[in-house]
Design a binder for this molecule. Sequence first.
Ligand SMILES: NC(=O)c1ccc[n+]([C@@H]2O[C@H](COP(=O)([O-])OP(=O)(O)OC[C@H]3O[C@@H](n4cnc5c(N)ncnc54)[C@H](O)[C@@H]3O)[C@@H](O)[C@H]2O)c1
Length: 259
Amino acid sequence: MGRVEGKTAVVTGAANGLGAADARILAREGARVVLTDVDTAAGEALAREIGPAARFVAQDVRDEAGWAALMADVHATEGRLDILVNNAGVVRPATPEDITEADLRFILDVSINGTIWGCKHGIALMRQGGGGSIINMASITAIQGHPRSAAYTAAKGAVDAYTRAVAVHCAQLKLGIRCNVLLPDRIDTPMVRAMAAATATMNPALADNGPGKPENSQGSVEDVANLVLFLASDESRFISGQSFVIDNTASITKGLVPA
Ligand SMILES: NC(=O)c1ccc[n+]([C@@H]2O[C@H](COP(=O)([O-])OP(=O)(O)OC[C@H]3O[C@@H](n4cnc5c(N)ncnc54)[C@H](O)[C@@H]3O)[C@@H](O)[C@H]2O)c1
């Protein structure tokens, strides 16, 4: 018996990186998983690889009408929603002094609006099934100074804060819906590699080095997915409104954590 046997999950941004690992592990543990992404080719390929437990639906999380359509589709096809992983996110490098309006609006739209619409429409469908678990994806940048991803830090801080509002709302109304948020640091994914390269170009003197490079990260996508699995499962039934840092102490030490 899998740890999320019989549950239905939606994972956004599931075509690559952390979302792909979440989709894989939830399916392995018995859930039916709906993968969504703007990257249709990679999303469809992954759903095929996972097999009959998975299907892909193209979705841009910025679009509220798209969220309503997705939930109607999940209701019609799977009949219920138990797990929602609001994983989709984007980053574009910029300091607080060179941030542009276009990048700011784009990043906030994907991370904040995408998460807010996901929670709104996810709760509506979860209510019908008597409960569920929402897992939002913030970042260590929500609580740590990361000056070269300025808009991203603002977006992730908002996602972290919004999680508590959703969790308390659901608890006060006794909806049986929990909402938690993850704050990972530098797991090797396409996003983190692109960001590291861009940062090095912006200012070579500030480029990350040695153990700080994404390819030298000690964390894996599975380390994040295992926590997603726990929070998605009934094992975490009394945990809601919490922020989980995943960084093996990197954010609380004065020096680098030895490799
Ligand atoms: N990798 C890390 O170390 C790390 C650390 C902290 C937070 N995060 C967060 O975890 C999440 C996943 O990150 P990742 O590293 O796997 O990134 P990634 O770029 O590898 O994957 C992100 C996925 O989101 C999709 N996406 C982008 N915009 C979208 C939109 N508008 N609608 C739907 N899908 C969209 C992309 O196509 C991609 O498949 C993001 O929210 C990111 O901010 C990652």
